[in-house]
Ligand binder design. Sequence first.
Ligand code: CO
Length: 135
Amino acid sequence: MAKMNKVNHVAIVVADIDEALKFWRDGLGIQLHHIEDVPSQKAKVAFLPVGDTEVELVQPTSDDTGAAKFLAEKGGGMHHLCFEVDDVAGTLVELKTKGVRLINEEPLVLPGRKMAFIHPKSTGGVLVELYEITK
Ligand code: CO
């Protein structure tokens, strides 16, 4: 059975990171670690660590991503929950045998991590991301 090690991050889609920071940083008092352009996601992302996990504010930089469509349709909000696992590929195989619908059948390999998304149709409406941290 795949082990969910921790919540790596919760991603919140926003129209404007600077505007969103007025609540998440200035209001709640969560420290901003850094803001980064993430071309692979066509987004600008603000990283705000909280204990052992992180809030990510995701501002789409292009109209053709899932996050951009989410922003257009819902005006932003909580977008996905990401769990860290030891083995993304193995977890995907296991989920598939349980009949869980996947967005990525194979992990996407990025610098420092492998990742995949599980379809919200199988999770009660929550987009779930899986991370395997690699060296
Ligand atoms: Co994520």
